[in-house]
Write a protein of this length. Sequence first.
Length: 359
Amino acid sequence: MDKIQNGPPAESAVPSEPVQRHHWILNTLAVLFLIVTIAVGVYPFLIDAPDLDVLERKMRKDNPGWTGEMMFGYNPGESAVFDFGGNVGANTVSLSGGGLKDLSALKKMNLQAMSLMGMDNSSLDFLRGLKWMPRVFLSIRDSRSMKSFTALKTLPVSDVEVMDCPGFTDTLLFGENLRSVHLVRTGVTRLDFRNPGLLEALTFSSECRSVDLSQLPRMTRLSYLNLDGHFSLDGVDLTPLTYLATFALEHSDVETVPALSPDILSSIYLEDCPNLKNLDFLSGKTVDRLYLKGCGDPEKLFSRLSNVKINVLVVREAHVTDISFLKRIKGLNGVRFLNCTGLPERIDEPFVDVVVDNI
């Protein structure tokens, strides 16, 4: 009987020569593609990235009078907001000390952030001619002897911090593309920017009692605003700031906080405002976190407040004898009393997690 064949005859396990050649070509192309991909990704780092030791030696050769230090990466230190957006790699440089005249050695770094600390120069003229720099994050700190900052006009600065520089007085030195500005202990008494409508974050700290904040209502894109000082807020209109999410007021003599436009706010920080009479500006608002420090009796502050929703409340350094004000707050999930007097060590408040700490 003839055998019945079910299906086609089995093919040889060894591919034919044309098939082998086809597989070899595909494998070769795959390997070449992998090599090219790796080369394209690594080449710029192998060729263009400067040797940091060589770069520093060139910096010292170009600046024989420079006695300071150079560090790659940046520690924001006291600045809580200005952190260069996380840029702490080799394209971020911190320079300290005086005697700088020539920064051309940094050209190959493709700088994204620069921090200048402890400059004892009389000016920032060494920044002139740096048109090769992209839009940068710039920090100038602890440079009390600095007198002239006019060289800032030549830099395409997008985010800037000036701290402990009493000689800095003119915010018009910055360009038109500023996104964030943090001025702490400077000589600025008037906030005046070329394009205030682009600002997204502003910190302004001043020891002067007479400052001009009339441009604030034009900063309509601000999402972060921190005002620190004993200057008056009378007549300051913050309602045009419809994008505002975080508002901080520190060391202020205000009795009432100006009205805020957004109904939903991320954070409100009120610190060392001993004359504050109420929190009426929060009526009808939803706040994720409210922080009160050194602002007096919270029972008094909340006495007239209605229809407010707060997720987390932190009260610090206050004398608190009555916590019935907590009942006026909707949606309260957590309360923390820090270094407050008048409270028992333990508070049992239904539906609210209350913590009392002395630190």
